[in-house]
Write a protein that binds this ligand. Structure first.
Ligand code: SF4
Ligand code: SF4
Ligand code: SF4
Length: 181
């Protein structure tokens, strides 16, 4: 029952995964709301419309956005100044929707249409060459953001499995080498 409510609440959240609500992502915040542990006014990307939708779903009063979480703003996307990028790749891992293209020692770039404007790539950049600019779209697409975030998480799980399998194979090979005469 609580899980179903969490799913309904999550469906109303913008899925930027920005963590401004104070939770690790939209789904954890949805869970906290479902358990009545968090108020409905902590999502700046969703703003007033999301608060109203949550209030209607839960039958609770509409609240003003909690200013401690941030301000409601038009969608923005990250932009990398490629002339200053040193190709350190530190911005890749924090991106919850894999919107950054690049590899170590190569210039990185943001696929603007995929970017949720979560800002999580900004702090790790050692040369501050990432900034936010007006988005090329009028509104966030929560369904697409969720799909990309799920794909991102599935990739992390797959890579962790592959790493573990490679380590096991290496250990087995070392054991086999040690057993040979
Ligand atoms: S989009 Fe809203 S609910 Fe999702 S992580 Fe950001 S603040 Fe939290
Ligand atoms: S590129 Fe940066 S701002 Fe855009 S989704 Fe990825 S981490 Fe967030
Ligand atoms: S963190 Fe900054 S310098 Fe490093 S690859 Fe990303 S954009 Fe380039």
């Amino acid at each position: 029952m609580a899980a179903a409510l969490e799913t309904h609440i999550d469906a109303l959240l913008p899925q930027t995964q920005c963590t401004r609500c104070g939770y690790a992502g939209c789904l954890p915040y949805a869970g906290a709301i479902a358990r009545r542990e968090a108020p409905i006014n902590r999502c700046p990307p969703g703003g007033r419309a999301t608060i109203e939708a949550l209030a209607a779903l839960l039958g609770v009063p509409v609240l003003p956005l909690d200013p401690a979480c941030g301000r409601e703003e038009p969608p923005r996307v990250a932009f990398i100044d490629e002339a200053r990028c040193i190709g350190c790749a530190r911005c890749l891992a924090p991106c919850p929707v894999d919107a950054i293209v690049g590899a170590a020692r190569f210039v990185h770039t943001v696929i603007a249409e995929r970017c949720t404007g979560c800002e999580l790539c900004l702090p790790p950049c050692p040369v501050d060459c990432i900034e936010l600019r007006a988005a090329p779209f009028a509104a966030l697409d929560p369904a697409a953001n969720r799909r990309r975030h799920e794909a991102h998480q599935a990739r992390l799980v797959r890579e962790a499995r592959e790493r573990a399998a490679a380590i096991e194979a290496q250990k087995a090979s070392l054991r086999a080498g040690g057993e040979s005469p």
